[in-house]
Design a protein around this ligand. Structure first.
Ligand SMILES: *Cc1c(COP(=O)(O)O)cnc(C)c1O
Length: 436
């Protein structure tokens, strides 16, 4: 019997270990930073070590640590030379910060629809969005799978655009052998506690190949001041914020980064094991991994497909919610991520921005701009059908291993194969209720 109807859940509490995976080394690294840190000597050792190690990990010579991924992305957009009224292409299905970093630079996000297989920006849909004002593309490695960078770089080159990578979900992944974080001209990534490279609390990393962009990013990070190692002159050269990372967060992230390679290998093995074990379970589409890249499963996204169960009469949202409820009752953390494409959010529907419609109405933008969710049908379909595992609540990271993934797959075998009739009757009853 389904656990949602009173049966015994497949998974007992604690069957999956949460993320991040904290070990003794991490604790020692944080304590060491506490003992060594000297207030007001920025950057402190743990911060410099983190920057250096991330530069090596993602093959980028210039790195600046920041206090969030959102800050690192704003630094990237500013360092790329994007200014008021410029347009930046962003995938329609991503986290808000991939687009709001553009608004933070007083520039205009222009959305591009997503590819159903990879959940990344569809390179074939980019050129129709390019105008004389387009300056950059922000590609997002959604779920932990790199976007199609060779195709994106080709479009960027043809149109003279800067290619920015949002690597917030993809630390450790590779595209054609090259590491995430180093796949565009610049990148911003997040060290938020849930991410594949975690600061436990908050943090971010900016990276570039260009020394001048690196200097600009550092100014944005610290009040617009020039950091030359000679102490501060308290002279803001440009608009800047306080985006400095906390030294304890940097120490934790640095310690985790020293194990990123082995943690990534386990993530990749876990994802492969789960996908193999879900073979023959109808009604859900597991993630697709093109052979030229690796997926690190920040999220393990599933697209529900009632039509594959001969249940096309059940509306997708009703079926999705029934699966979510049933799976959760079996003891597995699952959730609906973004319920709608980013351009459908109120910020873009009302276009108030900074107030009085800026930056859209500031006089620097060509316009009029408008955000119509129906222009992004693939993103809408993904948002309607998507449920995700992963992150902190059903982590594919270590210490969870392939044996744990087999237990995870048992949940779906129970809900969608063994107890399929019970699930479908529950969903059909919900359909009637939803229709009333
Ligand atoms: C988490 C995330 C961000 C923002 O990072 P924060 O550290 O939370 O500010 C940006 N883009 C994507 C795709 C993310 O998942």
């Amino acid at each position: 019997m389904l656990a949602v109807h009173g049966g015994t859940p497949v998974l007992a509490p604690g069957a999956l270990a949460p993320w991040p995976h904290v070990v003794e080394e991490d604790r020692r690294a944080v304590l060491r930073a506490m003992d060594e840190a000297v207030p007001w000597h920025w950057p402190m050792t743990a911060v410099r070590e983190l920057e250096q190690a991330w530069g090596e990990a993602c093959d980028m010579p210039y790195v600046v640590a920041a206090n969030s991924g959102t800050a690192a992305l704003h630094m990237a957009v500013a360092a790329a030379g994007v200014g008021p009224g410029d347009e930046v292409l962003v995938p329609a299905d991503t986290f808000l910060a991939s687009a709001s970093c553009v608004l933070q630079a007083n520039a205009i996000p222009v959305f591009v629809d997503t590819d159903l297989a990879t959940f990344a920006m569809d390179p074939a849909r980019i050129e129709e969005r390019i105008t004389a004002r387009t300056r950059a593309i922000i590609a997002v490695d959604l779920n932990g799978l790199p976007a199609d960078y060779d195709a994106l770089a080709e479009v960027a080159r043809r149109h003279g655009l800067v290619l920015i990578e949002d690597a917030a979900q993809s630390h450790g992944a590779t595209y054609r052998g090259r590491p995430a974080g180093g796949l565009g001209d610049l990148s911003g990534s997040s060290l938020n506690g849930s991410k594949c490279l975690s600061a436990l609390g908050e943090g971010g990393l900016f990276a570039t190949r260009d020394e001048y962009q690196w200097r600009l990013a550092r100014r944005v990070m610290m009040f617009g001041e020039e950091l030359d190692g000679q102490g501060r002159d308290y002279n803001a050269r440009m608009m800047g914020w306080n985006y400095r990372i906390d030294v304890l967060a940097a120490a934790f992230a640095g310690s985790q980064l020293s194990r990123l390679g082995e943690m990534t290998r386990q993530r990749i093995a876990n994802g492969a094991a789960l996908t193999a074990a879900l073979d023959g379970v109808p009604g859900i589409r597991p993630p697709v991994v093109p052979p030229d890249r690796t997926h690190v499963y920040f999220f393990y996204p599933l697209l529900v497909r009632p039509e594959d169960l001969g249940a096309a009469d059940i509306p997708v949202p009703v079926f999705r919610d029934a699966v979510e409820r049933a799976v959760r009752a079996e003891g597995l953390g699952i959730m609906r991520w973004q319920p709608q494409p980013v351009p459908a959010q109120t910020l873009f529907q009302e276009m108030r921005g900074y107030g009085r419609g800026c930056p859209w109405t500031c006089g620097h933008a060509d316009g009029p701009h408008r955000y119509r969710p129906e222009e992004y049908p693939v993103a809408e379909e993904i948002c309607a059908r998507r449920l995700v595992l992963g992150q902190t609540f059903s982590s594919l990271g270590p210490p969870n291993d392939e044996a744990v993934m087999l237990r995870v797959a048992e949940v779906f075998h129970k809900v969608l194969v063994d107890e399929r009739d019970a699930l479908l009757s529950m969903a059909r009853a919900d359909t009637v209720t939803a229709g009333r």
